[in-house]
Design a protein around this ligand. Structure first.
Ligand SMILES: Nc1ncnc2c1ncn2[C@@H]1O[C@H](COP(=O)(O)OP(=O)(O)OP(=O)(O)O)[C@@H](O)[C@H]1O
Ligand SMILES: [Mg+2]
Length: 315
């Protein structure tokens, strides 16, 4: 458990709305049986898991309009401390329609509000102040329209200058353009790793990504667990078996544990085992951002850790 402050950045916060219907039929009118609504975005999931693990996250990001107000209200309800920068645009919503008959989920996500150059500058100023008090900063998810593609590079540079470690979980240009700033940890999933490097072999790809100036690459490979290429060594950590459930948000739970490890200066083997256990404990929970504490404790003893020979990791 980290007593130190962990700053989570969610540039593109959302209000996640879930509609439960009997069966989703395109073209038909549906009577919604239940509506759920909560603050979302990857950094919010990370912060929820951090809080569940006893850490002290502070949320930074951009939010506006009545949807932004609803996001803030829900964060407060969850006991999360927000330091969001207000913007003129309306924060985005995501709508997930769940068919009760088969549990199938259909999702529509809005792109997010257009952020002006002044608003981004306001956010960067607020972030610069917040980062000074943090031991680790977590940068998660997409950047909203209007924010420069190099947004994460700027934020990582600011953290580095203040001696604050950075952990990046992004995809596409937001990820690749941030590598030059040398984030301390990046956590791509298998698809993000492949897209960033153009290499199919996960180990070769992770090593290549690390050579681009990253401190440690922790690749998450779904039910196959984690592959970590670090300055201390290379490891694979796997769950004892694939678990059934909702894997959305498992990567965010993993990121939360990596952040705690970085904040506490824990060893990589220790952190990786805990990260695999906590992400599996997220899979068994139906809602992203939640973990099952019992499963976490139980899984800790069952994670399989293997050290790879750094020079010949294939052997
Ligand atoms: N079916 C599963 N059973 C057990 N553990 C799993 C399963 N799926 C994922 N995990 C754990 O969760 C971690 C993260 O999963 P994944 O690689 O799918 O992340 P992701 O795609 O970034 O997820 P998201 O972005 O939705 O949070 C994996 O490294 C693994 O440890
Ligand atoms: Mg992910």
């Amino acid at each position: 458990v980290a007593s130190e402050l962990i700053l989570t950045v969610t540039a593109n916060l959302a209000l996640d709305i879930t509609y439960e219907v009997g069966r989703l039929v395109p073209g038909a009118t549906h009577r919604v049986r239940r509506v759920h609504q909560r603050a979302g975005g990857k950094g919010v999931n990370v912060a929820r898991v951090l809080r569940a693990l006893g850490a002290a996250p502070v949320l930074a990001g951009l939010a506006g309009g009545s949807t932004g107000a609803a996001i803030r209200a829900d964060l407060a309800l969850a006991g999360l401390v927000d330091a969001l920068t207000p913007i003129a645009g309306e924060s985005r919503r995501t709508v997930t329609v769940v068919s009760d008959v088969d549990g199938e989920a259909t999702m529509c996500t809005e792109p997010g509000p257009l952020v002006s150059a002044t608003e981004w500058a306001d956010f960067v100023a607020s972030y610069t102040e917040l980062v000074g008090a943090a031991s680790v900063v977590v940068l998660s998810g997409s950047l909203p329209p209007g924010v420069p593609e190099t947004g994460y590079r700027e934020l990582i540079d600011i953290a580095r200058r203040r001696g604050v470690r950075s952990l990046l979980d992004a995809s596409g240009p937001a990820l690749t353009s941030a590598l030059a700033a040398g984030p301390d940890i990046v956590k791509p999933n298998a698809a993000e790793l492949r897209a960033a490097t153009g290499i199919d072999d996960e180990l070769v790809a992770a090593q290549e990504l690390r050579r681009s100036g990253v401190g440690a690459v922790v690749a998450s490979l779904g039910p196959d667990g984690l592959l970590a290429i670090t300055e201390e060594g290379c490891w694979r950590a796997r769950p004892p078996k694939p678990l059934a459930g909702n894997p959305t948000g498992a990567g965010d739970a993993c990121v939360a544990m990596l952040a705690i490890g970085a904040a506490n200066g824990a060893s990589w083997p220790n952190t990786l085992v805990k990260a695999v256990a906590v992400s599996a404990a997220a899979v068994v929970c139906p809602v992203a951002g939640e973990i099952d504490p019992g499963s976490y404790q139980h899984l800790l003893a069952e994670v399989v850790l293997e050290e790879l020979d750094a020079a010949h990791p294939h052997r």
